[in-house]
Design a protein around this ligand. Structure first.
Ligand code: PMP
Length: 364
């Protein structure tokens, strides 16, 4: 039924759902710990739950197609006019829109090795050529990405921090990169994990959006804001790009409850601070444990850590299976070309402890 380039796509493997693991391994779902999808272990903020309750009365009608209230809050928070904002059904929607808006079949999209798999998927879905540039030190090699540009290139994806490795690019290097990218190529800086950055290295990508008309910055409410299940994200770009994205955006792509929850979450500074604190504590605990166990890990700026669990290419799958048997779901990264590694999302203290206990038993 579909063209060759669609039939060639391998399905995206999301983190295993709790219900599936419960059934497969005969474990009480209440006892299962999921550290697999970089979700916020605190769940959704109470403020957002309240907003969802209040918004339920409006759900017999279509959502606000232009997301006026949410754009207003985003506009104030980031000091950009509302016509610089594109709302998405998660930031995956923004990534997908960028591909479909700016790239035709046969043209090319550049991204890094060991970066978010959805970039390659977007290229495949439109029959574009995905150019995967070899990584350096598990992160993006920006000079090599510049060298990979051809006259066919229309789009470049950069994740900062990167998933699944957690690497962080120096903002000065990004600025220098943006200055060198030809102005007819759109660059997406995917900042899904930005809110987890230590304040010492936090940077202002809105300044770049003002400076570079070919830049689109994407953000999400799925991680530090705790709204992964509601599906809401947004893009920031100058009006010309934003207008183009909105021409093919599905008009009701962000539902009423998600819009209301995102407004509340964006105003809930205390929740964001708590999320960052729990994450920093969990990161310290996990990485100390890895050091103690003699396991190599990639220093991370996100809410997850990549850890090497063996020296052979079967290690990730093998240890993953043993963890599943103990009711712990983490993320194998074979599909990213990292079969010796597992990606662990940082959880609540007791979840991190249970994971480390299980890993120690398995590796003993
Ligand atoms: N970008 C990156 C780098 C991610 O890791 C993720 C989530 N795994 C996303 C975007 C998409 O998240 P969402 O669609 O929930 O906003």
């Amino acid at each position: 039924f579909a063209p060759d380039y669609i039939r060639a796509i391998a399905p995206y493997q999301a983190g295993k759902p709790v219900s599936e693991v419960a059934r497969e391994f005969g474990i009480d779902p209440e006892k299962i710990i999921k550290l697999a999808s970089n979700e916020n272990p605190l769940g959704m903020p109470e403020s957002a739950k309240q907003a969802v309750q209040n918004a339920l009365k409006d759900t017999g009608r279509y959502p606000d197609a232009n997301g006026f209230e949410l754009k207003k809050v985003i506009s104030e928070r980031y000091s950009v006019p509302q016509d610089w904002i594109t709302l998405g059904n998660g930031s995956n929607d923004i990534i997908d829109l960028a591909g479909r808006t700016f790239v035709q079949k046969g043209q090319s999209i550049i991204f890094s090795e060991y970066s978010f798999l959805v970039y390659a998927l977007v290229a495949k879905a439109i029959g574009a050529k995905g150019i995967q540039v070899p990584s350096v030190n598990f992160g993006h090699d920006l000079p090599a990405m510049l060298n990979a540009i051809t006259e066919n290139t229309r789009l470049i994806f950069i994740a900062n921090p990167n998933n699944p490795t957690g690497t962080f690019l120096n903002p000065d290097d990004i600025d220098a990169f943006l200055a060198k990218v030809p102005s007819n190529i759109v660059v997406v800086i995917d900042e899904a994990y930005n809110e987890y950055l230590d304040s010492a290295i936090q940077y202002d990508s809105v300044e770049w959006v003002k400076k570079y008309p070919n830049l689109l910055v994407s953000r999400t409410f799925s991680k530090a804001y705790g709204l992964a299940g509601l599906r809401v994200g947004f893009g920031l770009a100058q009006p010309e790009l934003t207008d183009l994205l909105n021409r093919i955006r599905q008009p009701f792509n962000v539902n009423t409850l998600a819009q209301a929850a995102a407004v509340a979450a964006l105003n809930d500074k205390a929740f964001l601070e708590k999320s960052a604190r729990i994450n920093a504590d969990g990161y310290r605990f996990l990485t100390e444990s890895f050091r103690e166990m003699g396991l190599e890990y990639v220093p991370s700026h996100g809410n997850f850590v990549l850890v090497k669990v063996g020296e052979d290419d079967g290690a990730g799958s093998r240890i993953n299976l043993e963890l599943l048997k103990k009711g712990i779901i983490v993320r194998p990264v074979n599909a990213y070309g990292l079969p010796k590694w597992l990606r662990i999302s940082i959880g609540l203290p007791e979840e991190n402890q249970a994971f480390v206990r299980a890993l120690k038993e398995i590796l003993a």
